[in-house]
Unconditional design. Structure first.
Length: 163
């Protein structure tokens, strides 16, 4: 596989909703990475003529509410290893949480394209609320709504450009 794009972030920010919106074809559901077997959802997609494989991290089997911080950290580290690009999803409704900061700290050291997606920006009124995510120190961000699709085109434009 080439052009692997991993979607990372803490539970309930909307990773799976984004994955489902972007994916056109699903691959194997269970994969074994570094000896750790876990549910990892793979899908295929393309944009502007660039094909890529998407990975939805975060363990559907675990249930999204009681994932341990350690588990999230592990998933992010695996994603950093195997992905060519990373979409880091955060939630504008909740703002920056300590776990977001931790993930950002891991990602800031990575020499791969990182796309910060501020999700749940369902309407223009929430655009202003997204500004605080500059404080994660990852630079520019993309405001998106995985539910209604707004902003996802701009995110994919930027992503495809780096593939
Ligand atoms: P995950 O745990 O990061 O995979 O998050 P999910 O994709 O399971 O979404 C968690 C919750 O957020 C679900 O109730 C989704 O319907 C909701 N959600 C996801 N994206 C959006 C969005 O763009 N806007 C709003 N309002 N809700 C969203
Ligand atoms: Mg999920």
């Amino acid at each position: 596989m080439s052009n692997i794009v991993a979607i990372v972030g803490r539970p309930n920010v909307g990773k799976s909703t984004l994955f489902n919106r972007l994916v056109q074809r699903r691959d194997a559901i269970v994969d074994s990475v570094s000896g750790v077997t876990r549910d990892r959802h793979y899908g295929k997609s393309d944009w502007n003529g660039k094909q890529f494989s998407l990975i939805d991290t975060g363990g559907w089997a675990i249930g999204s509410d009681d994932v341990f911080e350690e588990e999230i950290r592990k998933q992010v580290e695996i994603a950093i290893d195997e992905a060519d690009s990373i979409i880091f999803v955060v939630n504008v409704e909740e703002g920056i949480t300590p776990m977001d900061t931790e993930v950002a700290n891991l990602l800031r050291k990575v020499k791969k394209p990182i796309f910060l997606a501020v999700n749940k920006v369902d309407n223009a009124m929430r655009d202003a609320d997204a500004v605080e995510f500059y404080n994660l120190g990852l630079g520019e961000y993309y405001t998106i709504s995985s539910i209604n699709g707004s902003g996802t085109g701009e995110l994919l434009d930027a992503l495809a450009e780096k593939l």
